[in-house]
Design a protein around this ligand. Structure first.
Ligand code: SF4
Length: 495
């Protein structure tokens, strides 16, 4: 959600006349879009602000803005602690950033604007989309749940749902611009529709996405197990462009810990949902989030988590060591688990997750995968002479493009034109090797399909002043999976 907010901030600034500053150049404006969910977010923010102070002192007129969850939480305390900050804006005030920068410049005094609730859905704001072939689409913001470890409800407010017609119109417009893949975004996508009185709205939305010509891949994040209903599973299974992938946050495999977390499902009901998903979508790749060391977690509770991990056969997990987040109910709970115990359990959990993910991935060796090529997914691509992208089930695939065997004109192997597939194109290849976090496909691709997404990527690359010849040199154009850079350096003063 924060990444998508960053796209909106970049779009707003561009519309106001700002330009992304060149790599290495000192920017005139630095924007921090903070996330209070991340560990040590405040330390990192104030550390970065401290580093910027001498830069700002040496550059008269330079401005610094701080937005996002931490700004919503700390408000004017940010300018008290770092008086060289020019603008503080809350999670509901994204649209005000250009005006606040301007006002701070004219009045020569810090501007702090924090609204308590959303006045308009941020999707009406412009966005500078980082990827021309894959896009986030917000369907809701805020959350009505009260998980005791989470700061989101107090900072993002209650859930606001966007009208389905608006969501679908945005997706159609994106597809018209070359986007092949959308990820529907919400803190709890399964409760989508609550605000306008349709509890089946999310399944209907998935099915409606299936009607959009040219939309090849639909994903969503994040669902909540308590709201994950059979109609959503049926919609996933029956809508061909909804991908066989599910990220289903578990958080803990102990029902006692789930109760303390105020997560309204239990280990058995969670596993029942996964059984239903796999019955309907046999190839579904399921990933999860798990927190280790929540207050009161005993060794038996942790063993229950390992047990669910074994049974669920996750192909990946975002794993977190619990640490106190000020302002959350869990921060003051008794039974805080010592850090060394948390770290030891965490090590065991990661080892098990990796072992299972490796075994699941090894089961795909020899199988064909369809890869949406992506820029920025493979850090070692240049050294290995591979390209990277995501399979339909969202697994990361590093593949050898076999430059001399592919044809740009026919999209088939073996005609010898030498053109590489572009980010945004689709490649079918065969898995030759597996690792816990990725697949390798080192044979010649079976097919390469030029797509409007690849065309859009090429057009953006050309506009950025790079030619298609050396594709590694174009990695910045349409880079996917990278943070949206809004500062240090990112934006320059309006022309
Ligand atoms: Fe936070 Fe729970 Fe809402 Fe997710 S469902 S945003 S963890 S309160």
């Amino acid at each position: 959600m924060n990444m998508h907010d960053s796209e909106r901030l970049a779009g707003l600034l561009e519309e106001a006349g700002y330009r992304k500053s060149a790599s290495g150049a000192a920017p005139d404006v630095v924007v921090f879009n903070t996330c209070a969910v991340r560990e040590n977010a405040d330390n990192r923010l104030y550390g970065n602000l401290g580093h910027l102070l001498p830069v700002k002192n040496s550059r008269p007129g330079m401005q610094i803005a701080v937005g996002g969850c931490l700004a919503q939480k700390d408000r004017a305390a940010i300018t008290d602690r770092a008086p060289w900050v020019d603008v503080v804006f809350g999670t509901h005030n994204i649209g005000s950033l250009p005006a606040l920068l301007e006002r701070a410049r004219i009045e020569q005094t810090a501007q702090v604007e924090i609204a308590e609730s959303l006045e308009r859905f941020p999707s009406v704001l412009p966005a500078r989309r980082e990827s021309p072939y894959s896009a986030w689409v917000a369907i809701s913001v805020g959350c009505n749940n009260t998980c005791t470890f989470c700061i989101v409800p107090s900072l993002r407010g209650r859930e606001e749902d966007r009208r389905p017609g608006d969501v679908l119109a945005e997706i159609r417009a994106l597809v018209g611009d070359g986007v092949l893949e959308v990820t529907l975004l919400g803190q709890n996508v399964n409760s989508y529709g609550t605000a306008f009185g349709d509890r089946l709205a999310f399944g209907k939305l998935l099915r409606a996405c299936g009607e959009i010509d040219g939309l090849e891949r639909v994903r969503f994040t994040s669902p909540h197990p308590k709201d994950f209903t059979d109609d959503v599973i049926a919609a996933m299974a029956q809508t061909p462009n909804v991908m066989p992938q599910l990220h289903m946050p578990l958080q803990s495999g102990s029902s006692a810990v789930l109760r303390a977390m105020r997560r309204a499902y239990r280990r058995d009901s969670y596993l029942t949902i996964l059984d239903k998903v796999r019955a309907a979508i046999p190839d579904a790749a399921i990933t999860t989030d798990i927190i280790v060391g929540f207050p009161g977690e005993t060794e038996q509770d942790f063993a229950d988590t390992l047990d669910v991990v074994r049974r669920a056969r996750f192909v990946g997990a975002f794993t977190f060591q619990y640490s106190i987040r000020p302002g959350t109910p869990a921060a003051s709970m008794p039974g805080q688990v010592p850090a060394d115990v948390v770290a030891e359990r965490y090590g065991r959990l990661v080892a098990l997750v990796d072992e299972i993910a490796l075994a699941e991935n090894q089961g795909l060796v020899g199988r064909e995968v369809e890869v949406l090529v992506a820029a920025g997914e493979g850090r070692k691509d240049e050294a290995t002479r591979r390209m990277s992208g995501r399979a339909r089930d969202n697994r990361l695939v590093h593949f050898t493009p076999s430059v001399n065997t592919l044809s740009a004109s026919t999209g088939t192997a073996g005609t010898g034109s030498g053109d590489l597939p572009r980010p945004g194109d689709v490649v079918v290849t065969t898995v030759t090797k597996a690792a816990p976090h990725y697949l390798i496909a080192d044979g010649a691709p079976l097919a390469v399909r030029r797509t409007p997404g690849g065309d859009a990527w090429l057009a953006r690359a050309a506009a950025a002043g790079a030619g298609p010849a050396g594709q590694s040199g174009l990695a910045d154009a349409g880079r996917s999976g990278q943070p949206v850079l809004l500062g240090m350096p990112a934006a320059a003063r309006p022309a």
